[in-house]
Ligand binder design. Structure first.
Ligand SMILES: [Ca+2]
Ligand SMILES: [Ca+2]
Length: 678
């Protein structure tokens, strides 16, 4: 504890002095976008709690060795009911699930979605399951949402349970961070109500103008909304007015909010919508003034003896310079969420090609970390489980493996560790549905489940041998002429790992990579792979040559410990083969066929006298189909016919039923024979 001051002492003075100041920016024809307003001696009227429940004995940059679990509180676990389908997930449910998070999965840190009192429709627990209570419209930053308490909770009892969760995390050596929303509040927040009415010295706390300027919000509509004869700015929804960070009181108050929750024991914070904090005439994104406030906030974090960190949500894709700008010169964010990596991993697997592998980044240096993820609560990516029809179970496991085998800090969005699918709701609500505890229970047993793969690779990352190379190692991509081949090294002074993946859905007899001479190295051991195959690496004129890759197989070699025998057989399982029926009967969408060990089958309702076109598709995405290579594509009921590898146009079968009703399409991939039955 260094310089934490309790501001209760100043509260009375602050209240008095703030009433003396008027910030009638909006009465000006043009809003002032240059100077600071408000009371420079402002102190928050909210007293800081004593520091309590702090993590002890943490090392500097502890987060670089962590794997975070991202929890949507409402949907994770309801201690009152069990699942969250009827009621509301709560802190107590999370506390009861720490064993799952830490022991069954291996994560040692938690990112909680916003937990404050917020504006939402529906007012009872019964209704809460039906509404998208996102919580990014905060109505009181000092009040915990009673929804997240158990039983007939109040804000106070919910806060007690939140503090209990923080303590329980720390007792297990786990860390916990909160989701901070500094850019805006709810329009129901008392600060905004006062600001709109010109009460309590809050006039200048939001961005007001006498006229609506031509600024657009993040969705391209006007960002100005009329209230009490003047206009306020909102970068997002009109119910989320932007706070005015040119006002010294706002700057100080929001730092007080952060201190308040760090004092309660949180180990850090994720910062929502970081790009939009301070507006200028020229830009509403990534302004120098925005970076300036985050540097001030960073110095608040650095006051604590127990090391704290902040990670930005600056949703930037394809502009590393801009993204890295949030590190400042080591004096701003400790970590930025990396919006390129997840999409690169998923895209490379879907395309079966390492086309954009320069997008594979490691942490820039020891003071700057990337947080990487395959999905979150927003419309960034579908849920990982939704990819099953496009990349199959093996593709999901490959994506999971690649996302963990990087020298970055992984964030796993609840449910993605069991490849849970999206709900059927519209928009981002489908990504925020109740966690599937039944599926999680099933996946605990079975070494080939997605949960088990996560657990195995997280344990590898955190093992004594490899924790340093995954925290601080550098990544270097190898070149290959095989389009489906991906290889890179992760290395530091004492360790060199080689990760090799077959991104293709087909076996690869041979993959070769230039610029990696295995004969120059003193031997190696295979630490991840399908242990029963020949996994040797040969040297061919300075190229590394590897053989016998299964579809989507990934291997990891360690060149610093030849002879190690702890191979993790994550590929030692039989993936269920897949086949899809596609045709005019299902609008050319993929219907997954049942498999009985030898034959695939799918039934379809057909109409008499209609000519149906169809083919069989191995992965549901046209990358490998079975159809007819000749012109005699017409088939008859109960007459076996032969299909060929036939990807492309003019390779469909045709069938015209005499009667309407259900028909079964059967296909044997081994003999390539098919039949339509009633
Ligand atoms: Ca509950
Ligand atoms: Ca703003």
């Amino acid at each position: 504890m260094k310089k934490i001051i309790t501001s209760a002492f100043f509260a009375a003075i602050a209240l008095f002095s703030s009433c003396q100041i008027r910030n009638d920016d909006y009465t000006e024809e043009k809003i002032d976008l240059t100077s600071l307003t408000g009371d420079e001696n402002y102190k928050s009227p909210v007293a800081l709690p004593e520091t309590e429940n702090q993590s002890e004995g943490l090392s500097e940059n502890w987060w670089r060795n962590s794997v975070f679990y991202h929890i949507w509180i409402k949907s994770f676990r309801d201690s009152d009911v069990g699942d969250c389908s009827k009621n509301c997930g709560d802190f107590k449910g999370i506390e009861e699930s720490l064993g799952y998070i830490q022991d069954d999965l291996g994560c040692d840190a938690i990112w909680l979605s916003p937990f404050w009192e917020c504006a939402y429709e529906g007012s009872t627990n019964e209704e809460s399951a039906k509404i998208n209570m996102h919580g990014y419209d905060v109505s009181d930053f000092y009040k915990v949402n009673a929804f997240f308490g158990s039983g007939n909770a109040t804000a106070e009892s919910a806060e007690e349970e939140l503090v209990s969760l923080i303590k329980a995390c720390h007792e297990r050596g786990m860390k916990i961070i909160f989701d901070f929303v500094p850019n805006h509040t709810s329009s129901s927040n008392g600060w905004f109500v006062d600001s709109a009415n010109g009460d309590n010295g809050k006039s200048g706390w939001y961005v007001w103008s006498k006229t609506a300027l031509d600024w657009k919000n993040t969705w391209g509509a006007s960002a100005w909304h009329k209230k009490n004869g003047k206009y306020y700015y909102a970068a997002f929804a009109d119910t989320q007015p932007d706070l005015n960070y040119r006002n010294r009181e706002v700057r100080e108050e929001m730092k007080n909010v952060v201190r308040y929750w760090l004092n309660k024991g949180f180990d850090g914070l994720r910062i929502d919508a970081a790009r939009y904090l301070v507006e200028t005439e020229k830009s509403r994104e990534d302004t120098d003034e925005t970076h300036e406030w985050f540097k001030e906030l960073r110095s608040v974090l650095d006051e604590y003896e127990s090391p704290k960190f902040m990670v930005s949500e600056a949703w930037i894709e394809g502009n590393r310079t801009k993204l890295d700008g949030y590190f400042g010169s080591g004096d701003e964010f400790n970590m930025v969420l990396d919006f390129d990596q997840g999409k690169a991993v998923l895209g490379e697997i879907a395309n079966q090609a390492a086309g954009d592998s320069p997008k594979i980044f490691g942490n820039p240096d020891e003071s700057k970390s990337y947080g990487t993820f395959l999905g979150n609560h927003d419309e960034y990516a579908d849920r990982l489980g939704d990819s099953e029809t496009s990349i199959g179970k093996t593709g999901i496991i490959l994506a999971t493996s690649l996302s963990l085998l990087r020298p970055t800090v992984p964030f796993i969005y609840y449910g993605n560790e069991i490849a849970q699918k999206s709900g059927t709701q519209d928009g981002d609500f489908r990504l925020r549905q109740p966690f599937d505890w039944t599926k999680a229970e099933t996946q605990k047993s079975g070494s080939d489940s997605v949960l088990s793969i996560n657990k195995t690779l997280i344990a590898l990352r955190k093992s004594a041998e490899y924790k340093d190379v995954f925290a601080n190692g550098k990544i270097s991509v190898l070149e290959s002429e095989n389009s489906g081949a991906l290889a890179y090294t992760i290395s530091d002074e004492s360790t060199e790992l080689l990760v090799v993946a077959n991104l293709a859905r087909k076996s690869a007899a041979e993959l070769s990579f230039s610029g990696f001479d295995v004969s120059e190295r003193g031997g190696y051991s295979l630490i991840v792979g399908n242990g029963d195959e020949n996994a040797d690496i040969e040297n061919d004129s300075g190229c590394a040559v590897l053989r016998n890759f299964s579809p989507h197989e990934i291997r990891v070699y360690d060149f610093s410990s030849a002879g190690r025998e702890n191979v993790l057989d994550i590929w030692d399982y039989d993936a269920e083969p897949t086949m899809y029926l596609r045709g005019t009967m299902n609008g050319w969408n993929a219907t997954k066929m049942d498999y009985d060990g030898s034959e695939f089958s799918a039934s379809a309702d057909l109409t008499a006298e209609l000519a149906y076109e169809f083919k069989f598709d191995e992965f549901g995405d046209w990358s490998h189909s079975f159809g007819t290579s000749g012109s005699s594509g017409t088939v008859n009921l109960n007459e076996p016919f032969t299909a060929d590898d036939a990807t492309g146009v003019g390779t469909n079968f045709s069938f015209t039923p005499e009667e309407s009703g259900a028909y079964v399409f059967a296909f044997n991939a081994a003999t390539k024979t098919a039949e339509i039955r009633r």
